[in-house]
Design a binder for this molecule. Sequence first.
Ligand SMILES: NC(=O)c1ccc[n+]([C@@H]2O[C@H](COP(=O)([O-])OP(=O)(O)OC[C@H]3O[C@@H](n4cnc5c(N)ncnc54)[C@H](OP(=O)(O)O)[C@@H]3O)[C@@H](O)[C@H]2O)c1
Length: 259
Amino acid sequence: MIRPAVIVITGASSGLGTALAAAYARPGVTLGLQGRDAQRLATVASACIAKGAVVKTAIMDVRNKDGMRKLIQDFDKTHPIDLLIANAGISAGTLGTMGESEQQVRDIFAVNVDGVFNSVLPAIPLMQLRKRGQIAIISSLAGIRGLPSCPAYSASKNAVRAMGEGLRGTLKDNGIEVTVVCPGYIKTPMTDVNNFPMPLLMSAEKAAEVIVKGLAKNRSRVAFPLALYLPLLLISYLPLWITDPFFAALPRKTAMEKK
Ligand SMILES: NC(=O)c1ccc[n+]([C@@H]2O[C@H](COP(=O)([O-])OP(=O)(O)OC[C@H]3O[C@@H](n4cnc5c(N)ncnc54)[C@H](OP(=O)(O)O)[C@@H]3O)[C@@H](O)[C@H]2O)c1
């Protein structure tokens, strides 16, 4: 969608969500910003209002299925949603550890998969009625192939990538655009805890700029940076037994740390 006027962003209180909110904020735009941290969300809202946008904020956990449904339905009644960006997500890094414990595997799926469903699914029938709308799902380059450094995180991102790619075909005839976003490393609180080299780390503002352009062009997949995406894509087509050693050697966190 070239110029969405009503945009909902989950996980807008930090990192990429904040940068996306700022990138879209301008006169004539209404933003529905969701997060859990009221203070950070209010700061983001103030910055977007200063840029001329109308902003509604909601403190809500994306794991709350009924809460998310009501939130999206209520918001849509007064502000029919043009673009919904399912961005809220966590990693073991966000959760403050180096590995993925069993509980964290479940937490990662609850937020990154169920949370995306809870955000996207209530919006679909509303958009179907209007025969217009756009849904963006924030996956990751980690969702292209299962990664030994973060199996649950990459599995969660793979799941929502496949869901988005499927929905794109399912909803095309309903006039609904669906884009899956697969970024590489972005400098945010999620990656600030990483103590290993992150190739081609980019700012959240730059990432938001690439995403906004990709969404305006209704790209099926917005994957970047290309210098990381293309080799990863090529490698992912090779037999697993050839690429296993390469992926096993990828850098990962080496010590317990807290956010
Ligand atoms: N950073 C990267 O390198 C990178 C790369 C590829 C993809 N991504 C994806 O980009 C998205 C944003 O990540 P980020 O790097 O910006 O991380 P971040 O700075 O940690 O921000 C995560 C956002 O998600 C929200 N969130 C987390 N759990 C939530 C829950 N249960 N309910 C509601 N909101 C919740 C947080 O809200 P509160 O802070 O208010 O709790 C915060 O606004 C994620 O989906 C992530 O997987 C990030």
